[in-house]
Design a binder for this molecule. Structure first.
Ligand code: 4AD
Ligand code: MG
Length: 503
């Protein structure tokens, strides 16, 4: 090694040891904002990414965000610093570790700033960093999902996502529900809609065939045809028939070709299942659950919610007054303070049939009579225009619901429940389950589900069957509601939708 190089390596090592020592005691920028009086006059170290760098002749300003808070930290640096020239050239997006003293700046826009004593460039950036200061559209940001979490909006959304995930566990744990992990690879189709992603290790170009010329899945990895789960419910029911009250919370997959702002091909679902719960208990649980999560967000994410509210208000300026949604925090409080309207499907159809948009041909799918499936335009009419609060619809026609739902005595409807929310439509789908072996088998035969393939499920109806109920909450649909974001692709870090599995 030439002497010059050896010297550089030596000083790098020295710097690294200083840096590692400092990283141990990094202060979150959020802490500075929350407890500013504690930090004024103190020397601390922060680590983060540069949002802006302005320099003049003998001093400059760096704006640093470390992901903990949407308010950044402004850092002043002067030409007394050994690497002043290097600092002046720092590009937006660079990672830095900075030691300095927090000083009050009562005359400035922000209450305090940091006077840098040492600025270490951890990782430089370049002038073509895609997130420059100007505002970017969410469409553009989706094309750089690997970087979009460095923006204030996505940081706020992902922090709220994280805290609500935590609250989901506390809600159920406080009520004695057991967290059960249901499999992601399965051979059944819980919802019976056939919208499944196949899991196979067979050679797609040359799969083994049966004598009938079909793909021979007996030779596949699991010895049968398997797919990614569309719901953990069936296994969840098995858990409830042993542990009493359980819940699952995990990824769910649907190969449904729906390109809407409310559908993902991979989403997260929370599914509680409880023995000895009837439909009323189930509705109470769903309402308590949603209100608990919303209250949790208001109590624990207010800074981020205020930020997201301001973002939404800004966006809505361009909309007509009647199309604007309620202010975010007001909307969340509104849901907390109103009981959900419990209505039957039959009543809802009457309301929709006689509604103005139906009569004026404004619905894309006209409501002409009992038996039709409800579209999101109908759900939103009921919630936003008619009842003006969340609605729980029950008693759907059995033909439009899954085979496992409890059959009502009328022979036509099932004990289903869908919870409908403003702007979202269906946020929860659930039901009381058919616990009677004969009725369940009869329904399976009607819809063509083989008893043999579901023998494990039918066993629960043979050995100690009990009334039981459950539901599924779409995690991202709830997040849409809580964050006020308009597109479900923007509340999950790496969205999977038809023709899109980037990153
Ligand atoms: O209504 P779904 O299909 O119900 C079930 O899967 C039941 N097995 C649940 C149960 O009873 N345990 O789905 C439940 C919820 C929907 O209300 C919706 O919020 C969400 O899951 N969901 C989706 N979210 C995002 N993208 C999709 N493609 C979704 N499909 C359903
Ligand atoms: Mg549903």
């Amino acid at each position: 090694m030439r002497p010059a190089n050896r010297m550089r390596a030596g000083s790098d090592r020295a710097r690294r040891s200083v840096r590692i020592g400092k990283i141990m005691e990094l202060t979150d920028i959020r802490e500075l904002h929350r407890e500013k009086d504690v930090y004024i006059g103190k020397e601390i170290t922060v680590g983060g990414w540069v949002r802006n760098n302005r320099d003049s002749k003998n001093f400059g300003f760096l704006v640093i965000n470390d992901g903990t808070f949407f308010e950044p930290l402004q850092v002043v640096y002067g030409d007394g610093l050994e690497n002043f020239q290097e600092i002046c050239k720092i590009n937006v997006g660079a990672a830095v570790v900075i030691r300095g003293t927090i000083v009050a700046t009562p005359e400035a826009k922000q209450a305090f700033e940091m006077q840098a004593a040492e600025v270490i460039v951890e990782g430089p950036s370049t002038a073509d960093y895609p997130l420059q200061k100007k505002r970017h559209s969410f469409e553009y940001l989706r094309t750089i999902s690997h970087l979009r979490a460095r923006t204030n909006t996505f940081q706020a959304v992902f922090r709220v996502r994280s805290l609500i995930a935590y609250a989901i566990h506390t809600f159920f744990m406080e009520r004695g529900f057991v967290y059960v992990h249901t499999p992601l690879i399965t051979s059944s189709d819980c919802e019976g809609a056939g919208e499944m992603f196949r899991v196979t290790t067979l050679d797609p170009k040359n799969p083994p065939l049966t004598e009938e010329g079909e793909v021979d899945f007996r030779q596949d990895f699991f010895g049968k045809a398997t797919n990614l789960t569309v719901s953990g419910q069936l296994e969840g029911e098995l858990g409830a028939m042993a542990l009493g009250k359980i819940y699952t919370f995990g990824p769910t997959f649907r190969a449904e070709n729906s390109n809407t702002t409310r559908h993902l091909s991979e989403f997260w679902m929370i599914e509680p299942e409880a023995a000895f719960y009837d439909l009323d208990d189930n509705m109470d649980l769903a309402e308590d659950f949603l209100k608990y999560l919303i209250r949790y967000a208001l109590d624990n994410c207010m800074d981020d919610l205020k930020f997201l509210s301001a973002r939404q208000q800004e966006e809505e300026k361009n909309k007509k007054a009647e199309e604007r949604s309620m202010e975010l925090i007001e909307k969340l409080n509104f849901v907390l303070t109103h009981s959900f309207e419990r209505v039957t499907y039959t009543e809802a159809i009457e309301i929709l049939k006689n509604s103005k948009p139906n009569k004026n041909g404004k619905f894309q799918y006209p409501v002409d009579g009992w038996g039709v499936d409800l579209q999101s335009e109908h759900e939103r009419y009921l919630v936003e225009k008619h009842f003006k609060k969340p609605v729980i619809l029950t008693g759907y026609p059995k033909e439009i619901k899954a085979f496992y739902m409890k059959q009502n005595p009328d022979g036509k409807t099932v004990a289903a429940m869908d919870v409908l929310f403003p702007q979202i439509g269906e946020i929860i789908g659930g039901s009381q389950r058919e616990e009677n072996y004969d009725k369940l088998v009869a329904r399976m035969n009607e819809v063509g589900i083989s008893e043999e393939s579901m023998s494990y499920y039918l066993d629960t109806r043979r050995f100690g069957s009990a009334v039981h109920s459950g539901f599924g909450l779409g995690f991202e649909r709830l997040l849409l509601f809580v964050t006020g974001m308009g597109n479900i692709r923007d509340v999950i870090p790496f969205p999977r939708t038809p023709k899109n599995a980037e990153f």
